[in-house]
Design a protein around this ligand. Structure first.
Ligand SMILES: [Zn+2]
Length: 286
């Protein structure tokens, strides 16, 4: 079995320096599960986001971060880490990446994203103009006018400064924002003028209406744009240093990813973070 260097390098490159300690023992664990993961990486037939997909390469970095391993995806050590995660979540300890386990992971990732207040008529309230701030030209991709909620923009600036410190010089377009706040009227206009009705069709209450969501340039495959959800493009995106760094570091700055879209990140204001507002469970405090 060949070692999948891409996944292994991806994890190391994206990891904070402080976490890059001694390599774990990746040779210990269920060998059959390791072989199944190596096969499924490119061939698993499933539909984790309703659209049929082949393989789970797009989600490999996120899965590895979730199960807290730096072992490459085809190793027994990776399978063992996954089996431990499965046990902790009440799932059969197969050590194999599959749809039911991924659904549990994704439910946790989704719960960590900001939720919109939805009115009884199904509408949602966009961010009031007063709380929005304008991103600078060097923060915008393609000279777009980018507005974000002030706290989200401040957090983005901290994130980008950290990326500049912690990564080698990267593509000048990486980490630039190509979409932030989107007003309902702008979505409607885009639908009318450009025939791009995604903003309306995708979600009545798109989180872009809160000013908390940012679409970041994390690279793309030749011939594709930075927001193309073509599977080949998504596979290229998740291999970039920018995306790999974000997967392991964006949470430090309050950002969570919608994993189907490697470019889409959402700022969770501290006051709305479950971790900071939920009181300790009775009897669980030490
Ligand atoms: Zn987005």
């Amino acid at each position: 079995m060949g070692i999948r260097l891409i996944a292994g390098l991806a994890l190391l490159a994206g990891m904070p320096v402080s976490a890059q300690g001694a390599m774990p023992d990746c040779g210990t664990g269920p060998a059959a599960a390791a072989a199944a993961n190596a096969a499924g990486f490119d061939t698993l037939e499933w539909a984790p986001f309703r659209r049929p997909e082949r393989g789970w390469a797009v989600y490999a970095n996120k899965i590895a971060a979730e199960i807290a391993t730096r072992c490459t995806i085809d190793t027994p050590g990776f399978a063992a880490a996954l089996a431990r995660w499965q046990v902790a979540h009440g799932l059969p300890a197969t050590g194999v990446v599959d749809a039911p386990g991924f659904a549990v992971m994704n439910a946790g990732w989704t719960a960590a994203r900001p939720r919109l207040p939805v009115a009884s008529d199904g509408s949602c309230t966009p961010a009031p103009p007063g709380v929005l701030a304008l991103a600078s030209a060097s923060e915008s991709y393609g000279n777009k006018v980018i507005m974000l909620r002030r706290d989200a923009l401040a957090a983005y600036r901290q994130l980008r400064a950290a990326a500049a410190r912690e990564l080698p010089p990267v593509d000048a377009d990486w980490f630039r924002i190509f979409s932030g706040f989107r007003a309902p009227e702008a979505d409607a206009q885009r639908c009318l003028v450009e025939g791009n009705c995604d903003g309306i069709v995708r979600a009545v209450c798109s989180v872009h209406r809160t000013g908390l969501a940012i679409d970041l340039h994390v690279g793309h495959a030749p011939g594709f744009g930075p927001d193309s959800s073509d599977d080949g493009n998504r596979r290229a995106m998740v291999r970039t240093l920018a995306y790999r760094w974000l997967v392991t570091n964006a949470a430090r700055f309050g950002f969570a990813n919608y994993v189907f879209e490697p470019w889409h990140w959402e700022f969770v204001p501290p006051s709305r973070s479950m971790a900071s507002t939920r009181p300790p469970a009775p009897g669980k405090t030490k």
